[in-house]
Design a protein around this ligand. Structure first.
Ligand SMILES: Nc1ncnc2c1ncn2[C@@H]1O[C@H](COP(=O)(O)OP(=O)(O)OP(=O)(O)O)[C@@H](O)[C@H]1O
Length: 313
């Protein structure tokens, strides 16, 4: 069953096109990793998919309904963890959850039970009566996730839930995502950390500049570039290396300069490393060479010529 879909969705901010005729489907029981660099349009996609922002064109359907996808009945089946942590810092963790559970219409004993369940789920039971003001970033984020869970959504959307948090909370969140999937929740998970997608996603949708540029399982995406070899050089003088000279070497498909690194992607089995190395060395000292197995980051690099993450992030 299709839980959510977008067909030809266009979203502009003024003249800027943030979503450029997006088509996508999310099926029941999946964890879809929505992967894209900063500014790719991930948050806009989520806001449009949930009805927070109106689309300029196209069709959106939720839980099989395209006539009135944002009906109250559908919203009750949705959970949203926004990129910005949205909790009340002056209420205790438990009070905060009671508030959100109340918004979803839970009352009495059932509300109490669901609040306790959500606290337990995110590992904050022992913090229930504390004010989140003093929580770490990761604990606040976990409380934020709990707020989206008391009504047991069928479809949970998480917008970069692990940005800027400690590794322990990050692992906890990734484990929670898998547990929710095992309990039958469908998840859409946006991130620009490809390791997370590799760990949890059953399917990946890569977007850049408001367009879906590739989709498939992690394995399928990696296979699309397995006919390529990639070598990275750390160099002392990246700016003076003539990239066009490298591009002209037999077998070279793409040359990408980023910081002090030059990445050369060649057709597999060309045996052109000597030639590449001698061109690089002609202009600069080589401080390191790395030849890795392809991963999702490379899929992204090959498709867009850009890195998913800024250097140093
Ligand atoms: N309200 C707005 N008005 C104008 N431009 C906007 C607005 N919101 C977002 N944008 C622009 O639209 C593009 C997509 O933004 P969006 O926040 O959807 O990307 P993102 O993939 O979620 O990025 P990030 O990872 O940084 O959150 C960006 O270039 C952004 O600057």
């Amino acid at each position: 069953m299709t839980i959510a879909s977008m067909q030809g969705v266009l979203k502009r901010y003024g003249s800027y096109v943030a979503l450029d005729y997006i088509d996508l489907d999310i099926y029941e029981g999946e964890i879809v990793g929505l992967l894209g660099p900063n500014g790719a349009g991930k948050t806009t996609l989520i806001q449009t998919l949930t009805g927070m922002l109106p689309a300029d064109k196209g069709k959106i359907s939720l839980f099989g309904q395209s006539q009135n996808p944002f009906s109250n009945a559908n919203k009750e089946k949705l959970g949203l963890v926004t990129q910005e942590v949205a909790i009340f810092e002056e209420l205790t963790a438990k009070e905060c959850l009671h508030f959100f559970a109340g918004v979803y219409g839970l009352r009495g004993e059932e509300k109490k039970r669901r609040v306790a369940e959500a606290l337990e789920f995110v590992g904050l039971t022992d913090q229930a009566d504390k004010i989140p003001h003093k929580f770490s970033g990761g604990m606040k984020r976990r409380l934020n996730i709990a707020c989206a869970l008391t009504h047991r959504p069928k479809f949970l959307i998480m917008d970069e839930p692990t940005v800027g948090i400690d590794p322990q909370s990050r692992n906890h969140i990734l484990e929670s995502v898998k547990k929710l999937r095992d309990q039958g929740t469908t998840l859409l998970y946006t991130t620009h950390y490809m390791e997370e997608v590799q760990e949890v996603a059953s399917r990946v949708i890569i977007i850049d500049q408001g367009q879906v540029i590739k989709e498939g399982t992690v394995q399928q995406l990696i296979q699309t570039i397995q006919h390529e070899e990639k070598v990275k050089f750390d160099v002392s003088d990246p700016d003076i290396i003539p990239l066009d000279k490298l591009e002209k070497i037999t077998g070279v498909r793409q040359v990408i300069a980023s910081g002090s690194q030059i990445t050369v992607i060649s057709a597999a089995g060309t045996g052109n490393l000597d030639r590449i190395l001698s061109v690089v060395k002609e202009y600069s000292s080589v401080l390191g060479i790395q030849a890795d197995k392809p991963n999702l980051e490379d899929v992204f690099l090959t498709l867009t010529g850009k890195q998913l993450r800024d250097k140093g992030e």
